[in-house]
Write a protein that binds this ligand. Structure first.
Ligand code: SAM
Ligand code: DTB
Ligand code: SF4
Length: 351
């Protein structure tokens, strides 16, 4: 395929095509990804989101990668649902360090009826602070999805994590179809979708390709596609899994960028184990979002000032909030109108 060819937004990717993207020489793949990236985005802007675990540990699901599963002993301190006020304080702190989106995660199979009112208050409160809101609470039914959308939730995160074929090796307490059902409810409700996966679970190249095919062949691409690198936590079944080849990780970001050209591709968990050079390559491959702030949900993330130093060295600027960008644009229009009016008055007075 011609490396400079523009690829339209597609929803019909085949395994053979995606494998052909992966199997290109590294430089050809990165050049193609960067070319696609520049057609849709400012290549020097990266969106920053901050995570907060609002309910930690004792999760009934058995995801083999997860320190929060109640099936494994990881020594993690459990925490019941945080008070709304504490969540709002953490959101204000995230805003103060320059984050534009606040993502609240709960270690639930699904939210319970008694927890929903608190969760909805959190959405409203965080939104009132002027941040974009994201939640990841597990499986939702239609009513819960509608209630979150009504409260003003901008994004719902619900990862497919790996291919349908490999899923049962990693999680046995739910099915791929369950995940797709929640994603369909979220899409129908009008909220934006954040859905991606994890590398480093022992999956094959075909599994990585098939995960991206599942995401890109949805009726609409997820607006946000987090690609996590497994954070190996002692006590989880995958704690001794072998490292992902860094170039294969970068290749996956590049292929995601090409397949979902208008989505934000997030360089997600695992940055603490990546050096600056690898992160720079990730941005070159088309990643344009990160988790920002010293903690992910339960594990560490680079310090905010370290990230800002890296951005400065690379000439990268944090992306403004979408709505805020509109507000800035609107303010500029209003200012221009005022200036036009006063110059008209000046002109009329003069003649
Ligand atoms: N319980 C909800 C669910 O699973 O949908 C939301 C929270 S869950 C922690 C969100 C995502 O975090 C998972 O889908 C997975 O992609 C990611 N994740 C969890 N543990 C991880 C780890 N050790 N390394 C990298 N990513 C991880
Ligand atoms: C996503 O794809 N990655 C985030 C977020 N969505 C919720 C979670 C990463 C968790 C990493 C392990 C931890 O800190 O517990
Ligand atoms: Fe629970 Fe989510 Fe962790 Fe799975 S990934 S064990 S659902 S918190």
């Amino acid at each position: 395929m011609n490396a400079t060819a523009s690829i339209a937004t597609r929803h019909d990717w085949s395994l053979a095509e995606v494998k052909a993207l992966f199997e290109q020489p590294f430089n050809d793949l990165l050049f193609q990804a960067q070319t696609v990236h520049r057609e849709h985005f400012d290549a020097n802007r990266v969106q920053v989101s901050t995570l907060l675990s609002i309910k930690t540990g004792a999760c009934p699901e058995d995801c083999k990668y997860c320190p929060q599963s109640g099936h494994y002993n990881t020594g993690l301190e459990k925490q019941k649902l945080l008070e709304v006020q504490k969540v709002l304080q953490a959101a204000a702190d995230a805003k103060a360090i320059g984050s534009t989106r606040f993502c609240m995660g709960a270690a639930w199979k699904h939210p319970s009826a008694k927890d929903m009112p608190y969760v909805l208050e959190m959405v409203k409160g965080v939104k009132a602070l002027g941040l974009e809101t994201c939640m990841t609470l597990g499986k939702l039914d239609k009513e819960q999805t509608a209630a979150l959308a009504d409260a003003g939730l901008d994004y719902y995160n619900h990862n497919l994590d790996t291919s349908p074929e490999f899923y049962g090796n990693i999680i046995t307490t739910r099915t791929y179809a369950d995940r797709l059902e929640t994603l369909a409810y979220v899409r129908d409700s009008g909220m934006k979708i954040c859905s991606g996966g994890i590398l480093g679970l022992g999956e094959s190249l075909d599994d990585r390709a098939n995960l991206l095919i599942q995401l890109a062949n949805l009726p609409e691409h997820p607006e946000s596609v987090p690609i996590n690198m497994l954070v190996k936590v002692k006590g989880t079944p995958l704690a001794e899994e072998k490292d992902v080849d860094p170039f294969d990780f970068i290749r996956t970001l590049a292929v995601a960028r090409i397949m979902m050209p208008k989505s934000h591709v997030r360089l997600s968990a695992g940055r603490e184990a990546m050096n600056d050079q690898m992160q720079a390559l990730a941005f070159f491959a088309g990643a344009n979002s990160i988790f920002y702030g010293e903690k992910l949900l339960t594990t560490v993330n680079p310090q905010a000032n370290k990230d800002m130093e890296l951005f400065a060295r690379l000439g990268i600027k944090p992306e403004e909030r979408e709505e805020h960008a509109d507000e800035v644009h609107q303010a500029a229009i209003e200012q221009a109108l005022i200036e036009q009016k006063s110059s008209e008055q000046f002109y009329n007075a003069a003649v």
